[in-house]
Write a protein that binds this ligand. Structure first.
Ligand code: ADP
Length: 330
């Protein structure tokens, strides 16, 4: 039996938007599975910005050796204003055409997906998105590359904070990442047994926290951990601390910040990224014009970017919130 010839001679991969641990594992899977299928694979440096500059280089299987365990993205990432313009995307399509690239894998968040879809709709470029974002806020997929690592990093740090909080009878407000999404805060709060979790999607009242803390104090519980997403409806950790001070509570603040983005990816994220990267290549080579790879109940699926790009992205997230809030309230 003769081997099926790939439909594409050359494809490329880039990472875009916020970096996430596990992106390297996804790049590796794209490169290795593409080459194994008989296709040339190029790496594009620094996301869409690098694409506009023609920063494209052909990769070999050994280009991705010793990268699976590294955090960040060795291909670098960026945010590009020029790519947001029609003229920018025209230039990008020209660069791809000139380099003989017939399909593009974009590893990034929802912004990167919107860019990929525009490139497809305006210039017919075949694109497939791989969800790489610590926020886990992409519609259609249960999981995104980097989320598991980010929450594990935060949990480890909060466990340490809990030790000092209980030794000194202190209230700590720990700020985790999430400007518009409470996914990290909820998962971390649940894992750490936080007394309160504050997220952007749910309007918690400072008075409710005050009453809850008073109740804890009345039953002899003098230390508490409050987890706040940076964009919580009550503001960031410093703002919440100031509001609690007025109500007579002296809370310490710990802002975890960018530590949550870095670090070696967990086994979960490496496996997720590897499976997603492989399916992205398979989707492109099977002739799919556009799409995104999603994890749905543990299965890797190919979905349309059109669905992902619709503005009604909150329904799935809201359901996740509700479930977690219910569990935390027990
Ligand atoms: P993320 O992919 O992590 O959500 P961004 O939202 O910053 O990160 O998006 C990454 C890049 O994708 C942007 O710098 C821009 O070049 C491109 N992009 C984002 N939104 C759009 C859009 N609506 N149209 C075209 N390009 C976009």
């Amino acid at each position: 039996m003769t081997q099926k010839k790939p439909k594409m001679k050359r494809i490329a991969v880039l990472t875009s938007g916020g970096d996430a641990p596990g992106m390297n594992a996804a790049i590796r899977a794209v490169v290795r599975s593409g080459i194994a299928a008989g296709t040339e694979v190029c790496g594009i440096w620094s996301g869409y910005e690098g694409l506009l500059e023609g920063n494209v280089l052909q990769l070999s299987a050994s280009s991705v050796a010793n990268t699976i365990q590294r955090g960040g993205t060795w291909l670098k990432t960026s945010r590009s204003d020029e790519f947001r313009t029609k003229a920018g995307r025209k230039k990008a399509a020209h660069v791809l055409d000139h380099a003989g690239i017939e399909g593009l894998v974009v590893i990034g968040g929802d912004g990167s997906y919107r860019g990929a879809l525009a490139l497809h709709e305006e210039h017919g470029v075949r694109v497939v998105g791989v969800p790489g974002t610590i926020d886990n806020d992409i519609r259609g997929t249960d999981d995104t590359i980097g989320f598991d690592t980010a929450i594990n990093t935060a949990v480890e740090m909060i466990d340490r904070i809990r030790d000092t909080a209980s030794s000194h009878n202190r209230i700590f407000i720990v700020e985790v990442m999430g400007r518009a999404s409470g996914n990290i805060a909820l998962a971390v709060g649940l894992s750490c047994g936080a007394e309160f979790v504050m997220i952007p999607e749910v309007k918690t009242k400072i008075q409710d926290i005050h009453v809850g803390l008073q109740r804890s104090i009345a039953r002899g519980k003098l230390s508490s951990i409050l987890v706040a997403a940076e964009g919580s409806a009550l503001g960031g950790a410093n703002e919440i601390a100031a509001k609690l001070k007025v109500l007579g509570h002296d809370a310490k603040v710990a802002i975890l910040g960018h530590t949550q983005r870095g670090g070696s990816p967990t086994a979960h994220d490496r496996i997720l990224a590897s499976r997603m990267g492989q399916l992205a290549v398979e989707s492109l080579l099977s002739g799919k014009p556009e799409g995104m790879i999603a994890s749905v109940k543990g299965e890797m699926k190919h979905l349309s970017l059109l669905a992902v790009n619709s503005k009604t992205t909150t329904a799935q997230a809201a359901k996740r919130m509700e479930d977690l809030v219910r569990i935390l309230a027990i």
